[in-house]
Design a protein around this ligand. Structure first.
Ligand SMILES: [Zn+2]
Ligand SMILES: [Zn+2]
Length: 343
């Protein structure tokens, strides 16, 4: 189960796909102690965090005696680690579900919005209704480095209007530098129209640096490589394959069945896939997927984990979960606000 936001329980380590030992789960906070348990008596020690955006711990040599041969140990930690002999360790890509309700907000969740972090870089996927408030539970208002909008339906972009206000009229003064915003053709015009009375038609571009997405395209956002494919939806819409240090996160966006979904998800570590419809209930091509279809894509693509999202409040999410499980042999769960995944 993913840890909710806030100070979660202790976490473990796993061997990464390459040379790195990677923390499985991180929790915010200022804990600086590490407890090591292994053969023999547990050993405890502490260290000071490094003065960086992501404070890290330095592990001193494990004080094991000759009678206690070195064997794998379980670590409990709350920060990324520096390993002996290394000056830096890349942080794993982290996904935080800011909002996951489909089409309109539910009692429990804002609409689509997902925070992707790696190496101190923060990219937000979508900013639907209610997402701006929830986002502030997970990072500072001005801590985003880039925003990607999958399409211009309100449940994926409308809180950009409020975010424009926060950046353009920053109460503390000193307007922040513009950040890149990637979206479909006409994103700037649409958002300006939605806000209605910006000081000028170009005011949004003073705080947002707009870029137009194209199917088959690719761009780099900080340490993240983002592949873009157009998916099947009534408006211009995109899905994304985000890679960092060999790890892959795929986000379907809003889509009906199309080859691009399977292509983006190929061997992904985590596949965040919409499941708006219910198998046997709605059948409208080119609009949304149901749980069964999401499960089939996940199975065919060989993903390591499936997270169903964008389930509207009027849809039986448990039914969609059961349908996905019937088609996909790997771990699958429903997205929930505040859930954190390390990828
Ligand atoms: Zn939507
Ligand atoms: Zn949509």
């Amino acid at each position: 189960m993913p840890a909710r936001g806030g100070c979660g329980p202790g976490v473990g380590l796993r061997r990464g796909p390459d040379r790195f030992v990677r923390p499985l789960a991180l929790a915010p906070g200022s804990v600086t102690s590490v407890t090591v348990t292994g053969p023999g008596a547990p050993v405890a020690f502490s260290a000071e965090p490094a003065p960086s955006r992501y404070p890290a711990l330095v592990i001193p040599p494990t004080p094991q005696s000759a009678e206690q041969p070195r064997r794998p140990v379980a670590l409990t930690l709350r920060k990324p680690l520096f390993l002996p002999g290394r000056t830096e360790v890349p942080t794993p890509m982290k996904l935080t579900v800011v909002g996951c309700s489909g089409s309109f907000p539910s009692q429990d969740s804002a609409c689509s919005s997902y925070l992707v972090e790696a190496d101190g870089y923060r990219l937000l996927l979508d900013m639907g209704n209610g997402a701006l408030g929830e986002l502030q539970r997970h990072c500072g208002l001005y801590d985003l480095d880039a925003i990607v909008l999958s399409h211009l339906h309100a449940d994926h972009c409308i809180d950009m209007c409020g975010y424009f206000v926060a950046r353009y009229y920053r109460f503390e003064g000193g307007r922040p530098a513009s950040i890149p915003v990637y979206g479909p053709e006409g994103t700037e015009r649409r958002l300006t129209t939605a806000y209605a009375d910006t000081p000028s038609e170009k005011s949004m571009s003073e705080v947002f640096d707009f870029h137009t997405l194209h199917g088959g395209g690719e761009f780099t956002a900080g340490p993240l490589n983002v592949r873009v494919e157009q998916v099947s939806h009534p408006v211009e819409a995109y899905g994304f394959r985000i890679e960092h240090e060999g790890s892959v996160l795929t986000y379907s966006g809003d889509t009906g069945e199309c080859d691009e979904v399977g292509s983006l998800a190929e061997n992904a570590d985590l596949f965040l896939c919409e499941a708006s419809f219910t198998h046997g209930k709605e059948d409208i091509p080119g609009l949304h997927l149901n749980g069964l279809q999401a499960g089939k894509y996940a199975q065919a693509a060989g993903v390591r984990r499936l997270v169903l999202t964008h389930v509207p409040p009027w849809t039986d999410a448990r039914a969609n979960l059961r349908d996905a499980r019937s088609a996909y042999a790997g771990p699958v769960e429903l997205a929930r606000p505040g859930a954190v995944y390390e990828i």
